[in-house]
Design a protein around this ligand. Sequence first.
Ligand code: HEM
Length: 174
Amino acid sequence: MSQNHKILFIFIDLELTDDLLVAQAFSFLSAGVETVTNTVSFTLHELARNQQLQDQVRGEIFASLERHGGLSYQGVAELKLLEMCLKETMRKYPATKHLLRVCTAEYDLDENLRLETGDCLVIPLSGIHNDPANFDNPEEYRPERFREAPAAGTYIPFGDGPRICLGINNFEQF
Ligand code: HEM
């Protein structure tokens, strides 16, 4: 059965009970509220500690408001320094510290390490983001790092693969 058929099969077989609907609403709320508030709070915290950076971000916002005659979608999309700050916050203080997976097929990571079906995996997202091999001087809050795209696999604040965060599109629209 192809992957698409499997997904279709699951949908067709699913009974939309009240419990299921409540669970979906709950998981959207719990997944979407604290992640965003944490990210905004830590960004404000870092900006409060760095007056120069705060002035640059404020300058960018006021220039955009002036260019567009007020708040607009396009104007927000142009706030590149603010976007880099949010990315740096999600690197240093990721909303989710680790990702969880259950292995569904045997896989050799290297010649010494084989994953067996059913193995539980804890992927240390926070450790990856704060590893000096991936980001030099990781304790330093430096949004400029994100002028360049990070190396593949070193930055996964929204997770990855088929269970990647459903909210990622809200962020990437900007
Ligand atoms: C800064 C904002 C956010 C961050 C950093 C974030 C991060 C994450 C991470 C790391 C995961 C686990 C992904 C994985 O296991 O590969 C996840 C899952 C999820 N997120 Fe977010 N999230 C954010 C905002 C949101 C918002 C706004 C929503 C809803 C509108 C949302 C809905 C979800 C849902 C439903 C899942 C579960 C997906 C699944 O298991 O298939 N998230 N998020």
